[in-house]
Design a binder for this molecule. Structure first.
Ligand SMILES: Cc1cc2nc3c(=O)[nH]c(=O)nc-3n(C[C@H](O)[C@H](O)[C@H](O)COP(=O)(O)O)c2cc1C
Ligand code: SF4
Ligand code: SF4
Length: 318
């Protein structure tokens, strides 16, 4: 039996699987979904919006850093890279939320910054990259913020690049505070600050690799990492939904949850948030609520939330 790490074990027990059932299901899923990608079923766009070709073209002589974020870690990392490399910063959440296809142009490699969801990039972001029109450079770097590790995410990013006709320049993890409050305890404040300081050092090294035009070092081939990214990831997507969220009487009707949800899954009705069925568990609503009025089942009651509102302070611009 392959030993499972803490995250993998909790994810599986969360879905109420025992390991044997999981292996059987994993074998089935691997056979059924041998490609890297399943279409995203949860984008809450108005059908007519989805069809409107929206021409947003950004021309840029330098790099282009494109990020997706739930609770701010990846925005922070993207900002740190953009400041150091003197780059354009593009927020994919805005495009996704407004159902717009991005038309971007960059003369030097694209840099995609993203959280890790079940040992791969979020499917919603992969979908965004696939749909976007990316002109100019045909190379891409990936930086994945994560609580512990990214598994073998690179295998799938390479396939995404092949599909786009891009050269894959590599993927590097940046360990940052854990945000998945619906599943785990988030990182406590003092530890979060220490982790962000370490992430700052790592982001400096990453920007040096990029500015030097180097490929990122290859990921280590590891059986367990491959198992997590290939097999547990599709199981994760089968089980996440918005059914577990509820709003308590601490709600002050500020509307932040509606505004922040990248999938337009939360809308205020009579001043109170109502959840739809399109959720990718980004944790933005539950962690971003200023009064902690949102709970996920019983798992989050009494637990602190995590949201990174900081901007990086960079005094060593390259
Ligand atoms: C749905 C979900 C799945 C996650 N899966 C992983 C994972 O597989 N490995 C990991 O190390 N961290 C995982 N995390 C932690 C986040 O990737 C990490 O905290 C990240 O920095 C959050 O970025 P953000 O603040 O930009 O959303 C997960 C978080 C969420 C919400
Ligand atoms: S963010 Fe919190 S307080 Fe504001 S509307 Fe949503 S649930 Fe209510
Ligand atoms: S409902 Fe909440 S957790 Fe789900 S996608 Fe929207 S903000 Fe993220």
């Amino acid at each position: 039996m392959i030993p499972l790490d803490k995250n993998a074990y909790f994810m599986l027990s969360f879905f109420k699987f025992n390991i044997i059932k999981c292996y059987t299901l994993a074998a089935f899923l691997q056979k059924t979904y041998s490609t890297y990608y399943l279409p995203t079923p949860f984008l809450n766009c108005m059908p007519e919006n989805d069809k409107i070709p929206i021409d947003i073209l950004m021309r840029k002589a330098g790099y282009m850093v494109v990020y997706f974020t739930g609770t701010g870690n990846s925005r922070y990392a993207a900002e740190a890279l953009a400041i150091r490399l003197g780059d354009e910063l593009v927020n994919a959440n805005k495009f996704i939320k407004s159902c717009k296809v991005a038309h971007l142009s960059s003369e030097t490699p694209y840099i995609f910054v993203t959280p890790t969801y079940a040992w791969r990039i979020p499917r919603i972001f992969s979908d965004f990259i696939e749909k976007s029109e990316l002109r100019g450079s045909t190379s891409a770097y990936f930086v994945m913020t994560c609580g512990t590790d990214i598994g073998s995410a690179g295998i799938f990013l390479k396939k995404l690049c092949e599909k786009k006709g891009f050269v894959f320049k590599g993927v590097l993890p940046v360990v940052m505070p854990e945000n998945y409050v619906a599943m785990f305890d988030v990182t406590e404040k003092a530890e979060a600050e220490r982790m962000i300081a370490e992430a700052d050092n790592r982001l400096r090294t990453i920007s040096e690799l990029i500015s030097g035009g180097k490929n990122f070092p290859a990921e280590k081939a590891d059986l367990l990492a491959g198992f997590k990214s290939r097999a547990i990831n599709p199981i994760f997507y089968r089980f996440i939904d918005a059914k577990g969220f509820r709003v308590t009487d601490k709600c002050i009707s500020c509307g932040r949850c509606e505004e922040i949800c990248p999938l337009n899954n939360v809308s205020l009705t009579n001043g109170k948030p109502v959840y739809g069925n399109s959720c990718t568990h980004c944790m933005a609503c539950i962690c971003g609520c200023p009064t902690e009025a949102i709970e996920y089942k019983r798992r989050t009651v009494g637990k602190p939330r995590y949201f990174n509102e900081k901007s990086p302070v960079i005094d060593d611009v390259i």
